[in-house]
Write a protein that binds this ligand. Structure first.
Ligand SMILES: CC(C)(COP(=O)(O)OP(=O)(O)OC[C@H]1O[C@@H](n2cnc3c(N)ncnc32)[C@H](O)[C@@H]1OP(=O)(O)O)[C@@H](O)C(=O)NCCC(=O)NCCS
Length: 183
């Protein structure tokens, strides 16, 4: 896992992070994760990997708050992105991109050969982030989201090869420069 520039930090999610993670989850999705879902993912699901992104310093009375998280399942040689979210107060600053980049670099460590995810058809912000990282739309899962009945777009990044790794390194350099200049 890479080390982001100060004041940001990144590490595997732990159980004591869950109150903050749940709060971001609640603020980010139409239906929050069901009770016990994160505990199950951290403690019982061997294929699940979760990361939290935080910021050194204080924010609304919290010290070194968590400001985003992501998770994926490793299924054979496939990484499936299960979730990604940044706190609404911290959006638009490159931090969702930082989380996706961290996940994509981790994919090489397992190693996986492809990344897949589902995204709501209406979620154009997330789709734009995924397209920036060369994900392609490969299908639709009709009425996939039970809460709203919305369709999911199935997106994949099919070629985690050396060339894409180089692309990620270039993206990382540009993003770190941006984060340093805006910190
Ligand atoms: C999707 C999400 C994680 C993006 O995080 P973020 O911190 O706001 O995103 P970033 O600032 O890192 O932006 C990364 C890219 O996302 C896209 N993006 C971000 N905000 C956008 C906006 N308001 N409009 C359009 N595209 C946007 C752009 O492609 C952007 O790249 P750019 O900076 O080169 O333009 C965040 O919006 C979120 O938590 N949403 C709610 C949860 C969710 O929908 N998760 C995805 C489930 S599939």
């Amino acid at each position: 896992m890479f080390t982001p520039p100060d004041p940001y930090w990144l590490r595997p999610m732990a159980r004591h992070d869950l109150p903050e993670v749940r709060e971001i989850d609640r603020l980010s999705f139409p239906t929050p994760a069901r009770a016990g879902m994160f505990e199950h993912e951290l403690e019982q699901n061997n294929i699940a990997h979760y990361l939290v992104l935080g910021r050194m310093g204080g924010d609304n009375g919290r010290l070194n708050p968590i400001i985003g998280f992501t998770g994926f399942w490793l299924i054979a040689d496939e990484i499936h992105v299960s979730t990604i979210a940044t706190h609404p107060q911290w959006r638009g600053r490159g931090l969702g991109e930082l989380l996706l980049l961290a996940l994509l670099f981790e994919s090489y460590e397992h190693p996986a050969t492809m990344v897949t995810l589902e995204v709501r058809r209406s979620n154009t912000v997330a789709q734009r982030l995924y397209r920036k990282y060369q994900f392609e739309e490969v299908g639709t899962r009709l009425r996939y989201y039970r809460d709203t009945g919305e369709d999911a777009l199935l997106m994949t990044m099919p070629s985690l090869n050396a060339r894409y790794f180089q692309f990620l390194e270039n993206q990382q350099a540009a993003l770190f420069q941006r984060l340093r200049s805006e910190a």
